[in-house]
Design a protein around this ligand. Structure first.
Ligand code: SAH
Length: 357
């Protein structure tokens, strides 16, 4: 309890203080911690909840992450890729529904060369100049990121997954390294992207010390966005029999991230909505302020199966955006379909251009 006021006032805590708060994990939504998280969110973003249209454009992946349903070695899923035209159709549908941010997410699919991604970005930019473009396509070299930025992409989501080397090894094959993941995040930031990091709560072998490290890493990186959600086992992965992440622990992490990074844009994720029918609402009450309805073509939604029972037909479907807006209003928040940039972003952009001159 002691540390909550300090966290609220200074937006930082040391390792031991964070650990003590997490070990307790006894908070209810009425508690001071969640109240402080909500107040902090309101300081910069009011009661707005920002909408992003998610386009899952490929479920091919060259990686073999032990937790993920679209991992390369899963031979049981039906693989699909969208063409540029299909992606543009998704954007057009999203634009019509009012979306002004498109998130292009996929497995790490080398089929899409840098040139193809650049072409897709330029086409979206040209057709929807008032929209933000977010990429979430994994690790690529610095120069590729730079080309995507030059083509007009604004934001990039790349969860670090865990900030602890030993834990990282338990979740990924040895060709993937935490060092490279972190390097990508720092590269993206340097180039100028609004960057999103994040991790799964309750992934196999995760300890409370790991969670503390995740929070301290986020504090150090200072990403503009943070995506977290509970780990959910997938039946065709190595972790099929592992226990899933806990809702309360996820909510506690959301609140702590909000308090550590007051200006961050934080989604209430589909994973949270999957493990608890009221998960998304609880996420907003814990300090989240973004929601990412699914704009992918209906016929492929079930194939983008990162984990079992991923919801894709209800309120998380972009088609139900009006219903989702009503739900958000009913719990006292304000749906916001604008680009919804990070509050420090315009200032930062200006500073960048001053540097160049
Ligand atoms: N390939 C891209 C993004 C696709 S996966 C990338 O590397 O960034 C998006 C996120 O889903 C991952 O970062 C991971 O944190 C999450 N995820 C994957 N499998 C999951 C599972 N079984 N349970 C919960 N979240 C999962």
């Amino acid at each position: 309890m002691l540390f909550i006021d300090k966290l609220y006032e200074t937006n930082s805590l040391d390792r031991n203080e964070l650990k003590e708060l997490i070990e307790a994990n006894i908070y209810t939504p009425e508690d001071r911690l969640f109240y402080a998280a909500r107040r902090t969110r309101e300081r910069y973003y009011g009661r707005s909840v920002y909408f992003r249209g998610l386009i899952e454009f490929s479920n091919y992946c060259k990686n073999n992450c032990y937790y993920c349903g679209i991992r390369r070695n899963n031979k049981k899923i039906h693989r699909y890729r969208l063409t540029k035209e299909e992606i543009l159709d998704c954007c057009a549908k999203g634009y019509e529904l009012g979306f002004r941010t498109f998130v292009l997410q996929g497995g790490e699919d080398p089929y899409y060369t840098d040139e193809m991604i650049v072409d897709i970005i330029e086409s979206i930019r040209e057709k929807f100049p008032d929209c933000a473009i977010t990429l979430s396509i994994g690790e690529r070299p610095y120069d590729s990121y730079r080309r995507f930025w030059d083509a007009g992409a604004d934001r990039y989501l790349l969860r670090h997954e865990t900030a602890n080397e030993v834990h990282y090894r338990k979740l990924h094959p040895s060709v993937m390294t935490l060092k490279s993941r972190k390097e990508c995040l720092y590269n993206l930031k340097e180039i100028g992207f609004q960057v999103g990091a994040g991790f799964m709560v309750g992934s196999p072998y995760q300890t409370i010390d790991n969670l503390v490290e995740d929070l301290l890493f986020l504090k150090e990186l200072e990403p503009h966005m943070v995506g977290i959600g509970p780990f959910i086992p997938h039946k065709d992965t190595i972790f099929r029999d592992e226990k899933g992440g806990d809702v309360d622990m996820t909510l506690l992490m959301l609140a702590l991230i909000r308090l550590l990074l007051p200006k961050a844009l934080i989604p209430s994720t589909t994973a949270l909505g999957t493990v608890d029918p009221l998960g998304r609402e609880k996420g907003f009450a814990a300090g989240a302020n973004v929601v990412m309805p699914n704009l992918s073509p209906q016929k492929f939604r079930a194939d983008y199966s990162l984990y079992d029972n991923k919801i894709c037909t209800g309120l998380e479907a972009a088609e139900s955006v009006e219903e989702l807006k009503q739900k958000i209003e009913a719990i006292g928040f304000i749906p916001d379909m604008s680009r919804g940039d990070h509050i420090g972003f315009y200032l930062q952009k200006r500073q960048n251009s001053i540097d160049i001159n």
